[in-house]
Design a protein around this ligand. Sequence first.
Ligand SMILES: Nc1ncnc2c1ncn2[C@@H]1O[C@H](COP(=O)(O)OP(=O)(O)OP(=O)(O)O)[C@@H](O)[C@H]1O
Length: 361
Amino acid sequence: MGNDKFVEVKNLKKVYNNGHEAIKDVSFSVKKGDLVCLLGPSGCGKTTILNILAGLLSPTSGDILFDGKSVVKTAPKDRHIGYVFQNYSLYPHMSVLQNVMFPLVVGKNKKPKAEAKKIAEKYMKLAQISDLADQRPHNLSGGQQQRVAIARALVGEPKILLMDEPLSNLDARLRLKIREEIRSLVKEVGITTLFVTHDQEEALSIGDKIILFNDGVIQQDDLGQNFYLKPNNYFVANFVGNPVINNFKVKKDDGKIKAKDFEINVDDLDQDRFKREIPDGDYILSVRPENILPDENGGLPVHVDDIELIGRERILKFEHDGKQARSLVDLEAPIKVGDDIKLKMRLDRIFLSTPDGERVY
Ligand SMILES: Nc1ncnc2c1ncn2[C@@H]1O[C@H](COP(=O)(O)OP(=O)(O)OP(=O)(O)O)[C@@H](O)[C@H]1O
């Protein structure tokens, strides 16, 4: 109960009528006032969870508590939730002001018009849409429509705000701008927010913490930086990071980790990072492109096939064991396409996983 577990989800399961198990025993909690991102690939169950929290879907089993009280049997309208959908869902025949006021002028708790207008104006100001009050939705840009949808979701002063991919219909530049605005708006209002996205960068930039799902199961529930530095497993290491992590097939044998063209002494690894003793056999060594860098004493000789410029850095592309791999270097590094160079890995930043994805180092 209390502020640390303002939203609590316990052993939630959802099996759809066709037998598909979309959510498999999911438990997590959200602190009061936090903005938490539910992250994961398409189909991992993010929307299903939001809809269960909102009461639009009922769970097959498990419990949901808001501020310590179970709400699974509470009607959606009594859960004090604001919901922002991907496609805005504004009423086209109403002005911006009428759209924002709408939740306050319907239902049994409706307010006198003057009061509703005053509250709507407060949230329109926070969402920076005061000057659009008389416009119709079709005259607005995607970013403006999304601000209207957010103001409308907040106007009933809900306890919890749910946002399902609210930025996905916006172009790349606007996404960056609006995501910052959303974060400062929900922090100013102080509302506990669950924000669904499939975009890891979006989640890392705005989430107080991130819950990463795959196939209806939580893979990691953690602060953003730990997804980079301490991924729970192979899936997490591969889902988070840009450019994507490199994966090399290796064999542990004879006190060494052996790959095509390089080997590492097991004794040179940080023994404290082993999660358990590992027998000889096949593993996957994963290393982020920023942790495998040109070094004349490096143990991995490669041929630079291509170089991609990404803003302040460059990605060197090379082939290893039949697969493309990458090293991230700064702009000034004196390397060009066609060079033969050596790469060195930071051994305290590599990960080892079993072939079925369990991280062991
Ligand atoms: N009504 C339904 N009946 C059967 N299966 C469903 C239903 N709704 C969703 N699913 C399935 O459940 C899984 C989770 O769906 P959900 O919409 O929660 O995923 P998501 O992570 O939000 O994905 P996306 O980002 O694509 O919206 C998917 O495999 C989806 O096909």
